[in-house]
Design a protein around this ligand. Structure first.
Ligand code: AQP
Length: 336
């Protein structure tokens, strides 16, 4: 049986990129041949600054509500916030000692998020990939659905697993996790700039669709989305060098659960004046039930906290024996 793990940072409202690239796909793995473990990575969320106590807790509950509203069933999947399961931090330390500084230096996300003044970035932001490796490996997860931007961090996790197994002479102890990066939505781009990814921490709210945006806001954001003046082409090839047009076609395809080719054949020759409203209608039809369900779930915070507590217990039951075996392999004494 596959063991699937993934996480989302509670650093703001979830975007259409997080939904199509990650959460929607998490739901697809809820099937009999997979065991699914999904996390709000709240410890990762403080690497780029503390948003405030109430804000962090609210964002964590909002991501949990979004998961459930998108179709994750907390009985079928294990759903919890990272900080409630100490195994993540425990293995992160071990992996800080396994991974190499050279690997961390190559991480493009660190460069993007630290900006020019890297001296002033937190050490946590720098060792972010070691904590992410721990998130995955502490469950011996085999498959990790993520967006394209996380590919490099997944490679870091695989390299860390392989180096641990090799250095400590335990071939196969940590399985090398497979990234699952597939479909039309692996990299949804900003609505203002087709060369930047849509991101919840982009200062411009017009650059993204939030899961909680109302119908008017969604329509306005798509109407104002940057595009070129040409109509849609009649083949995918015609989208080369048209990043904004390609992005809107990809979003349509992912929402409609079809391929970009199918969208192009339906809308060949259409002007954006016609395509954008069709896209907005589709997005509203898909997202409004999710945001209504999120609102309902967020009414009962105590129940959400109970769900996360229960998920954390189930997660710890899997993770603790793996940490114990790791400690034994290393030679850390533990009383039994
Ligand atoms: N634009 C995107 N297109 C497709 N997938 C995306 N993901 C993020 N943005 C896009 C995927 O969503 C999951 C959760 O991401 P995260 O919260 O761990 O952080 P991130 O990748 O850094 O996403 P954001 O939205 O850009 O957050 P901030 O602004 O806080 O950094 C991951 O699987 C990611 O690939």
């Amino acid at each position: 049986k596959r063991r699937v793990f993934s996480g989302v940072q509670p650093t703001g409202k979830l975007t259409l990129g997080n939904y199509l690239g990650a959460v929607k796909r998490f739901v697809d793995f809820q099937r009999d041949d997979c065991e699914t473990i999904y996390c709000m990575v709240d410890q990762h969320a403080i690497t780029a600054g503390w948003p405030g106590r109430a804000e962090l807790a609210e964002a964590t509950r909002a991501v949990a509500a979004a998961y459930i509203a998108c179709g994750l069933d907390p009985d079928r999947s294990i759903l919890f916030n990272q900080s409630q399961v100490p195994a993540h931090a425990q293995l992160a330390w071990v992996f800080n000692c396994v991974a190499r500084i050279g690997w961390a230096n190559r991480m493009t996300q660190f460069k993007d998020k630290a900006g020019k003044n890297t001296e002033n970035a937190s050490v946590g932001l720098y060792t972010y990939p070691a904590l992410m490796a721990a998130d995955i490996l502490t469950y011996h997860a085999t498959h990790v659905p993520v967006g394209e931007d996380q590919k490099q961090h997944l490679e870091f996790a695989r390299d860390t697993a392989a180096k641990f197994n090799n250095d400590y002479g335990v071939e196969g102890f940590f399985p090398l996790p497979e990234p699952m990066i597939e479909g039309a939505a692996t990299r949804i781009m900003s609505l203002r700039d087709g060369t930047r990814k849509m991101s919840k921490s982009d200062p411009s709210d017009m650059s993204r669709i939030n899961l909680t945006d109302d119908a008017d806001t969604i329509a306005r954001k798509f109407r104002k989305a940057r595009t070129d003046p040409e109509p849609l082409p009649d083949s995918l090839k015609g989208l080369d060098d048209r990043p904004e047009a390609r992005n809107l076609v990809n979003i349509y395809a992912a929402l409609a659960e079809t391929s970009a080719e199918a969208v192009i054949s339906e809308y060949a020759g259409a002007q954006f004046g016609a395509f954008k409203p069709a896209l907005a209608d589709l997005a509203v039809a898909k997202l409004s039930p999710i945001s209504a369900k999120m609102d309902e779930l967020l009414q009962d915070k105590a129940e959400l906290d109970r769900i996360l507590g229960r998920g954390a217990q189930r997660a710890a039951e899997i993770a603790e024996p793996i940490v114990a075996r790791t400690y034994d392999i290393i030679g850390f004494i533990r009383s039994r």
